[in-house]
Design a protein around this ligand. Structure first.
Ligand code: MRU
Length: 375
């Protein structure tokens, strides 16, 4: 994606040094800061502290983290012990999104194939690059599938703008490039279809107001930021044609965990007969889970995120208390939208209804590989 005319991915390898570079998302949209990650611990902190965030990008970052871990492990008494501790650390950083776990497991399988430590390090580097490239490519492809939904609505509306509501940030900042929920939108925009995006601000961390709005603005896509509680009203007044969100973990039966508040949007969409789609690359499926509400771990985050907001004041980013200091606070990071509220899943292989049979029709190798545990 382009920022002021320059192409950026959200994560990349330093040109000469064994260092990973990332855009530090904590300061967007007000400051554009690039951070260097030297060690697996740097990578762990970057994921935990949300310098990087979003399922796909966390997966790609964890993939690179395993390469740094393999380099560090070479100097340790036991290469294997260090690597397995690093894998555990990276998986623990953000529990709801499945992508970091998926990337770390993929790395462990790949690295095990190396015969020497040097070979293992080389494999880890190549696998990390592959995970990142695949993430970008799969998002690009899912955009090409998702655009058919927008095209159909545009035809029906005879060229009037298609109004799409999205929640949180499932844009290119949440992946290596393109994004999931935004990929069909960017594709439609590129092809000259008129689109307008309602951007939920997404309390408590405001990824919609800060990140999605910044992305769309940079790209020139018409959009309007709304408070989280506005969507239902807009839907009742025919001001939303379509909802597309991302996901952090989707069960093989199609239940989707996404940023807290997504479920309420899905309920409002159903009540108003508005199609609700979830866009995801296949790395976000958790093939072993069936019941998302019962089985997907929901991250509980610090009360500080609810009590304080950050914003620009006199040219400086400032933190402001918005609750009584002593009030107790609960901060659930995600919720699960049951498959029955989802019209379809937009993936790199196509769009399918959110149910086990149709998902496995698109990804039959998951059955054959025996990754799926039957209860
Ligand atoms: O807590 P975050 O910012 O990592 O949350 C992730 C999200 O932005 C959303 O849940 C997103 O829609 C899915 S990640 C592609």
């Amino acid at each position: 994606m382009k920022i002021k005319g320059q192409h950026f991915r959200t994560i990349w390898l330093h040109e000469t040094d064994p260092v990973i570079q990332i855009i530090d998302q904590r300061f967007l949209p007000h400051q554009f800061i690039i951070n260097d990650l030297h060690t697996v611990n740097d990578v762990f902190m970057a994921i935990r502290d949300m310098q990087v965030r979003g399922a796909g990008l966390m997966g790609a970052t964890a993939g690179f983290g395993m390469w740094l871990a393999a380099r560090e492990a070479a100097d340790k008494e036991s290469f294997e012990d260090f690597l397995s501790a690093a894998a555990g650390l990276l998986k623990s950083a953000r529990p709801t999104a499945v992508n970091p776990e998926w990337a770390v497991n993929r790395q462990l399988l790949a690295i095990a194939k190396g015969n020497t430590i040097d070979e293992k390090i080389k494999i880890a580097k190549n696998t990390a690059i592959m995970i990142a490239d695949e993430d970008a490519e799969y998002c690009r492809r899912l955009g090409n599938h998702g655009i058919t939904i927008i095209e159909e609505i545009a035809k029906r509306k005879k060229g009037e703008p298609v109004n799409i509501l999205t929640h949180c940030n499932a844009g290119w900042l949440a992946f290596v490039d393109y994004g999931s929920a935004t990929a069909p939108i960017y594709e439609a925009f590129e092809r000259g279809i008129k689109v307008h995006v309602w951007v939920d601000e997404t309390r408590p961390r405001n990824q919609g107001a800060g990140l999605t709005a910044w992305e769309l603005l940079n790209h020139g896509v018409p959009h309007t930021v709304i408070t989280d509680n506005t969507g239902g009203h807009l839907m009742q007044h025919q001001m939303v044609d379509l909802v597309i969100t991302g996901a952090d973990r989707v069960t093989r039966s199609g239940d989707a965990a996404n940023k807290i508040g997504t479920y309420l949007k899905a309920l409002a969409a159903q009540d108003n007969n508005i199609p609700f789609y979830v866009a995801l690359p296949s790395s976000t499926f958790d093939w072993q889970l069936l019941d998302g509400v019962k089985e997907i771990p929901i991250e509980e985050r610090s009360d500080a995120e609810v009590k304080y907001v950050y914003g620009l004041c006199d040219g400086e980013i400032k933190k402001v208390l918005i609750t009584p200091q002593e009030s107790p606070v609960a901060n659930y990071g995600f919720d699960v939208t049951p498959a029955r509220l989802i019209k379809g899943l937009i993936t790199e292989r196509g769009i399918c209804p959110a149910n086990e049979k149709d998902i496995l029709k698109l990804f039959p190798e998951q059955m054959k590989a025996g990754y799926i545990k039957r209860d």
